[in-house]
Design a protein. Structure first.
Length: 405
């Protein structure tokens, strides 16, 4: 399961992927939300206006990703990653001077675009295009940076906020990326990675792909949209539930701090799942794992919807972490397996745009339905049924479509 020879020979490139997704943490919802109250109070925003701003900024970033994500197929990863990290650092600096709705809108847009969007996109696409038989392991290592960010960044941010203030905290975040992570990634990506590690046929497999689909061909493929019905489930549901977690805790009469206590459990199971899924993808392929990877999330969501004991949320966090971890390696490798790697950056940028858009609209849709009188418990119960149905559909499609066999 652990191929230390692979990690040793590719330590530079795997480390670069790790640091790219770690740096992306400052553009993720879990990190920005820590500063939400301070930002709203400073600029004079309501819950609704800040939520609307966040949704607009995220949708804007999703739209730009459709174009910007294609650059992964054009420019050298070393330079592209360096530029993306510099832009992310500058966005972090801009937070400290944002003083109005519109300046904050631009700032959040840049954080989402170069954090959740480009930094993650560059890391996972680089791994998927560079490796073939070890693609799963490579992607899983890079995604560990995200898990590390979720585990440590919130605590570090809270400590800094209480000692130096929230604006200086953003300055420190930007400085770390600008002066440490960006130069380090530029150095780590200076040479071409070693592909032929254990099996001489691995390099040939990397080169010899049956068909390379371009983005227009993928957009016309019905299978793509069937797959997206499930691919978008984890980001949509986890973002929606996390965003409304305080509301869930209140209606179930659980302590508010429970969310903070259980988030490390989510990250722990995500890490374990990422490591397993990397090996599993290399062993069986991403397409063969499709019908299985959503089931833990479906089970966790079902338990959360009907359970009233506080232990319920621990089960949800564990199961959600498992699916999120599985999803990173499976979806990271899936598009390369189905559509080839020549236009992979362009294809994954389209997928990333859908993912980012789903995380933007999830909180609003769930909140609207709550206001309309549909309880969040009933909503997430329906989500669980939907996920089980999608898993069955994936099983049927995998057996009927030759590309998934």
């Amino acid at each position: 399961m652990l191929n230390f020879n692979f990690y040793k020979k590719n330590i530079n490139f795997l480390s670069a992927g790790f640091f790219l997704t770690f740096a992306a943490s400052i553009g993720q919802t879990f990190y920005i939300a820590i500063f939400a109250n301070d930002i709203k109070d400073e600029i004079g925003l309501t819950h609704g206006s800040f939520g609307g701003l966040y949704t607009i900024a995220t949708l804007m970033s999703a739209f730009v990703m459709l174009w910007l994500g294609k650059t992964v197929d054009i420019f050298k990863t070393q330079y592209l990653a360096f530029i993306a990290l510099i832009c992310l650092a500058l966005a972090s600096f801009f937070v400290t001077v944002a003083a109005s709705f519109y300046t904050l809108l631009i700032t959040i847009f840049l954080l989402r675009l170069f954090g959740q969007g480009m930094s993650t996109h560059i890391a996972t696409t680089f791994m998927a295009k560079t490796y073939s038989k070890t693609r799963g392991k490579a992607i899983s290592v890079s995604v560990l940076g995200r898990a590390a960010g979720e585990m440590f960044m919130p605590a570090i941010a809270i400590i800094l906020i209480t000692t130096v203030g929230w604006r200086v905290t953003w300055t420190i975040s930007g400085a770390v990326i600008l002066f440490i992570i960006a130069p380090l990634c530029f150095y780590l990506l200076r040479t071409i990675p070693s592909i032929d590690l254990e099996n001489k046929s691995d390099k040939q497999e990397f080169i010899d792909v049956a068909k390379h689909y371009n983005r227009l061909e993928v957009a016309k493929d019905k299978l793509f949209y069937i797959l997206m019905l499930g691919i978008l489930v984890p980001p949509f549901i986890t973002t929606g539930i996390f965003f409304h977690s305080i509301h869930i805790l209140e209606i179930k009469n659980w302590p508010i701090e429970t969310y903070a206590y259980t988030m490390p459990l989510f990250s722990l199971f995500l890490i374990i799942s990422v490591l397993f899924s990397g090996w599993a993808v290399d062993r069986w392929s991403a397409v063969k794992l499709l019908p299985l990877y959503l089931i833990p999330l479906a089970t966790g969501v079902l338990i959360l919807s009907i359970g009233n004991n506080i232990v319920t949320i621990y089960f949800f966090m564990a199961f959600a972490g498992i699916t999120t971890g599985l999803a990173t390696a499976i979806t990271g490798a899936l598009w390369a397996e189905l559509y080839g790697i020549k236009y992979l950056g362009s294809i994954k940028s389209m997928v990333m745009a859908y993912v980012v858009a789903s995380t933007a609209i999830a909180p609003g849709i769930i909140g609207f339905l709550i206001d309309f009188g549909i309880s969040i418990e009933n909503q997430i119960f329906i989500f669980s049924i939907y996920i089980y149905i999608i898993s069955i559909i994936f099983l049927i499609v995998r057996k009927s479509d030759k590309r998934l066999q």
